[in-house]
Design a protein around this ligand. Structure first.
Ligand SMILES: Cc1cc2nc3c(=O)[nH]c(=O)nc-3n(C[C@H](O)[C@H](O)[C@H](O)COP(=O)(O)OP(=O)(O)OC[C@H]3O[C@@H](n4cnc5c(N)ncnc54)[C@H](O)[C@@H]3O)c2cc1C
Length: 308
């Protein structure tokens, strides 16, 4: 049986405490295309990579407005709240800055040799051979994560990212419930209709604004979502619990199968929770678009209800 962190939520009402409508007067707000919270290595790398991708797509860049990417950091500036970190694997830097020679990285250079010693007393130092894997750093770079943060921030600013220091992201701002919308639709490559001209027409614009991801192995994608602590809910007419009787908090991915036959067994078994849409009358199952609408709007209704 799998155990997910979402089963043990902290004792806070995140809906009320961390989600709210914009509070500042309209003329004091800065409209941004994408807001990244936190100027640590992850946020800064995200901002830099985003600007690289936007540089390849002028139309998308324009649609994001005057400030396409902004990053807020609660410390004085990126780097000022970064204390730990001494060894850095080179792979992320190589991917993010493929043309930058390693000598120009903000590091003290790569580790040429490493040995781990056990010090039983002041006089003896016993080398541990072979070096246990977590302590092997050969080829990794010695760095200060604060220095790395300051350098990444400079790269981000040079690429046009608007960095706001001493700004803490206190709440997720919700405007007409849109932030809690659907982030992406994932569908199997085989045995699925895909986005045809007819689908685009029926979607009335949503097909262009919602990422549609086709995957060859749905089960593996589900596992990857679970690793990212996304709670998988399967809509299954045979489930014991019903949609209106379960909590729909946190990041969710809905798994919907074909009308009638439902999900495949392997997919069903991977879900963290199965629930059914209560039906009255003689209709036993809904088609996938109606079922998705019912489930998504129920999740959305609960989130908006908590915000108000
Ligand atoms: C003692 C220690 C030693 C470590 N050693 C290593 C090592 O040798 N090698 C290694 O690779 N990793 C090491 N790590 C791990 C490494 O430091 C982290 O994995 C890395 O810093 C994570 O980066 P991050 O960007 O996700 O988050 P962080 O580095 O934590 O950055 C988050 C940033 O977001 C800001 N922030 C947070 N909340 C808000 C908010 N609400 N609004 C605005 N800003 C906000 C913070 O001020 C901070 O600047 C170590 C960690 C520790 C604790």
């Amino acid at each position: 049986m799998s155990t997910a962190p979402i089963q043990f939520p902290p004792p806070v009402d995140s809906g009320k405490e961390f989600v709210g409508p914009p509070t500042d007067p309209e003329d004091e707000r800065i409209e941004v295309g994408v807001a990244i919270v936190g100027g640590g290595p992850a946020g800064l790398a995200c901002a830099i990579r985003l600007t690289q991708l936007l540089a390849e797509d002028e139309t998308l860049l324009e649609s994001l407005g005057e400030v396409p990417v902004a990053l807020v950091e609660k410390g004085k500036g990126p780097g000022s709240h970064l204390l730990s970190g001494a060894m850095m694997k080179p792979s992320a830097m190589q991917k993010l800055f493929p043309d930058l020679p390693e000598e120009d990285w903000p590091t003290y250079g790569p580790v040429a040799k490493d040995t781990l010693y056990l010090l039983p007393n002041r006089k003896r130092a016993i080398p541990l051979k072979p070096t246990p894997p977590p302590f092997r750093n050969h080829g990794n770079h010695v760095t200060s994560v604060a220095q790395l943060g300051r350098w990444l921030a400079q790269q981000a600013e040079d690429a046009g990212v608007y960095i706001l220091g001493e700004t803490a992201g206190a709440q997720l701002l919700v405007d007409d419930g849109r932030v809690v919308g659907v982030h992406a639709v994932v569908a199997p490559k085989d045995r699925a209709a895909g986005i045809s001209a007819a689908v685009s027409k029926v979607a009335s614009g949503a097909a262009e604004s919602t990422p549609y991801v086709m995957v060859t192995n749905l089960a593996r994608t589900i596992d990857e979502l679970k690793e990212r602590e996304i709670w998988l809910i399967g809509a299954d007419q045979g489930a014991e619990r019903d949609l209106y009787a379960v909590k729909l908090d946190g990041p969710l991915a809905w798994v919907l199968g074909a009308e009638g036959e439902g999900m495949r067994r392997l997919t069903r078994e991977r879900c963290d929770l199965l629930l059914r849409i209560p039906m009255s009358g003689s209709v036993e199952s809904l088609n996938v678009s109606v079922a998705s609408g019912v489930c998504l709007f129920e999740a959305r209704r609960r989130r908006i209800a908590r915000v108000e």
